[in-house]
Design a protein around this ligand. Structure first.
Ligand SMILES: [Zn+2]
Ligand SMILES: [Zn+2]
Length: 139
């Protein structure tokens, strides 16, 4: 009978290698900063992802449909134009393709210009980076 080669299990007792249990202040700060950055990104990305989850990927104006391949061209419009107003039920969101979204804000600009004497024009223009381009193309 050969000696049992089975007694391998005595090898390495698990030593306490819990170096991570005492993070330095710098590491902690790094984590906090990283977390804050993630939170900020989440806030920006959050409503878009939510809206894409809630609504079918169809432009609310021209009914163009979207897939994962081109969903980047599908944007989230805020019905009341307040990007900080993001009710979780999605009632302030509308999915629009880039072009219709552009049109939507362009109409808003024109309506504001006719009604209000154009005083707030550049305020709205900062909200919509395409607006200026569009009006220049029109000329
Ligand atoms: Zn569209
Ligand atoms: Zn919009």
């Amino acid at each position: 009978m050969p000696p049992a080669a089975a007694c391998v299990t005595m090898a390495a007792p698990v030593t306490r290698r819990t170096l991570m249990s005492k993070p330095t202040d710098a590491a902690k700060l790094d984590r906090v900063v990283a977390q804050a950055r993630r939170d900020a990104e989440k806030r920006d990305q959050g409503y878009r992802e939510q809206a894409l989850k809630i609504y079918p990927w169809v432009c609310g104006r021209c009914a163009r449909t979207f897939t994962h391949a081109n969903v980047r061209e599908l944007t989230v419009h805020h019905r009341d134009h307040n990007h900080d107003h993001n009710p979780p039920d999605g009632s302030n969101w509308e999915l629009l393709c880039l072009y219709c979204h552009d049109n939507e804000h362009q109409r808003e600009l024109e309506a504001a210009g006719q009604a209000g004497g154009g005083g707030q024009k550049h305020v709205s223009a900062t909200h919509n980076p395409f607006a200026d381009l569009k009006s220049r193309l029109k000329r």
